[in-house]
Design a protein around this ligand. Structure first.
Ligand SMILES: NC(=O)c1ccc[n+]([C@@H]2O[C@H](COP(=O)([O-])OP(=O)(O)OC[C@H]3O[C@@H](n4cnc5c(N)ncnc54)[C@H](O)[C@@H]3O)[C@@H](O)[C@H]2O)c1
Length: 384
């Protein structure tokens, strides 16, 4: 006797892009199919059927053929209209997102989308309102919460490891090549404000849920942005002006007087163990969490360095930290969140990362940009 399989059509818009292809199609939807589908509580198996949508027929066709898929189109309306389609997923460039999501809401589809939900807060809140009114289910990618390093950090917080948390220091970034003598490893729209680019719009959405959910709710923001590299060369070898910020130096006050400081930069060279790292200091202990690793130093194991610049450092400071064990299997973070969203749609399982959560991310980005422009510290009001 075979298990009963239930198909669910998922329109995936923007799958020719970096995130869309690798993380969402390959590592999530196709990976779920390779595992035989997603088992539901009632014993049936959910089988996602992707319909690839994009702007260039040739690229879509080649991509579909490479993975044995047959369904693709350049016409979003036609895709949404196909029988069996229940979910719309958007991983287009940010500036193209709002119009497509509106169309999907009007078509009555459940919606999952990459962040940022919209270009600005009013746009994000409007999408949340329209989605609620339509009675559809909605979600926004918040992948960092599902990274092994940050899951271990959360476990430490929940287990009371830190005592009172005092501060958080985050370092994110790496050198993104300018595109002249070496190709850039990120798309050029990221460096153009008019196309929805900029590191504040991109990363503050992430910092919002990381801080809110793992440490404490964000109450205020100060931010200094910069465009360190004023001109770059695009995918076609054409020089262009970088109109968006490529670095952001942010300070956030969290509930309980916790101070978080996060540097985000595409113009820095990495002298760290991972591309993002957060150090959390508490009265009882400290931790440094990255994408995969998490290391701790307890109060009882804290050395007593004495400042003496006349002598070379003799202590191996990094060696004085302990690795936090995994104690669990962590799948790909994007896939884990996809599975949660699919269960939310198919069997009404809880899913808290909805358009309202997405709007909070956009809110912090918008306030960060304003704080920079106005040279002020801004409160982060609750969204109702
Ligand atoms: N969650 C994460 O960690 C994370 C990381 C990077 C990017 N993102 C988000 O994913 C989305 C896509 O980013 P990406 O890095 O994959 O970008 P990308 O440039 O690689 O892909 C963009 C996709 O959008 C499509 N598109 C639609 N209209 C377009 C237009 N006018 N110009 C150019 N492309 C257009 C492209 O065909 C392509 O499929 C963005 O919203 C970005 O914020 C999320």
């Amino acid at each position: 006797m075979g298990t009963e399989r239930r198909s669910v059509g998922v329109v995936m818009n923007g799958v020719t892009g970096r995130m869309g292809y690798r993380q969402h199609l390959l590592r999530s939807i196709l990976a779920i199919r390779e595992e035989g589908g997603l088992p539901l509580a009632d014993g049936t198996v959910l089988w996602p059927e992707p319909i690839l949508v994009g702007r260039t027929a040739g690229k879509l066709q080649a991509l579909a053929e490479r993975h044995g898929l047959t369904e693709w189109t350049t016409d979003l309306a036609e895709a949404l209209d196909r029988p069996g389609v229940e979910i719309y997923f958007d991983t287009q460039i940010t500036g193209a997102r709002t119009g497509a999501i509106r169309a999907a809401i009007a078509a009555g589809k459940h919606i999952y989308t990459e962040k940022p939900l919209a270009d600005d807060l009013s746009g994000a809140l409007e999408l949340a309102r329209l989605a609620d009114e339509a009675g559809i289910k909605h979600g926004v990618v918040q992948d960092k919460l599902f990274l092994p390093g940050l899951r271990k950090l959360r476990r430490l917080v929940e287990g009371g490891f830190f005592g009172q948390i005092l501060s958080v220091r985050g370092e994110f970034g790496y050198w993104v090549f300018e595109g002249d003598w070496q190709e850039a490893q990120r798309p050029s729209w990221n460096y153009r404000a008019e196309d929805g680019g900029g590191i504040i719009a991109d990363m503050f959405c992430h910092w919002r849920y990381v801080l809110d959910e793992i440490v404490a709710p964000v109450r205020s923001v100060q931010c200094l942005g910069a465009t360190h590299i004023p001109g770059r060369v695009d995918e076609d070898g054409k020089p262009y002006e970088a109109t968006a910020d490529d670095a952001a130096y942010g300070i956030f006050e969290l509930d309980g007087g916790i101070v978080a400081q996060i540097n985000s930069s595409w113009a820095t060279r990495v002298f760290r163990d991972e591309l993002v790292e957060f150090q959390v200091d508490g009265t009882e202990g400290s931790a440094v969490a990255g994408l995969r690793r998490c290391r701790v130093q307890h109060r009882s194991m804290t050395p007593k360095p004495v400042w003496n610049p006349d002598l070379p450092a003799t202590e191996d400071f990094r060696g004085q930290w302990q690795e936090v064990p995994d104690n669990a299997e962590y799948g790909n973070g994007f896939k884990v969140q996809w599975e949660a969203f699919l269960r939310h749609v198919a069997e009404d399982a809880p899913f808290k990362w909805d358009f309202h959560a997405g709007a909070r991310g956009v809110q912090l980005a918008e306030l960060g940009l304003r704080a920079w422009r106005e040279g002020r510290r801004l409160e982060v009001p609750e969204l109702t």
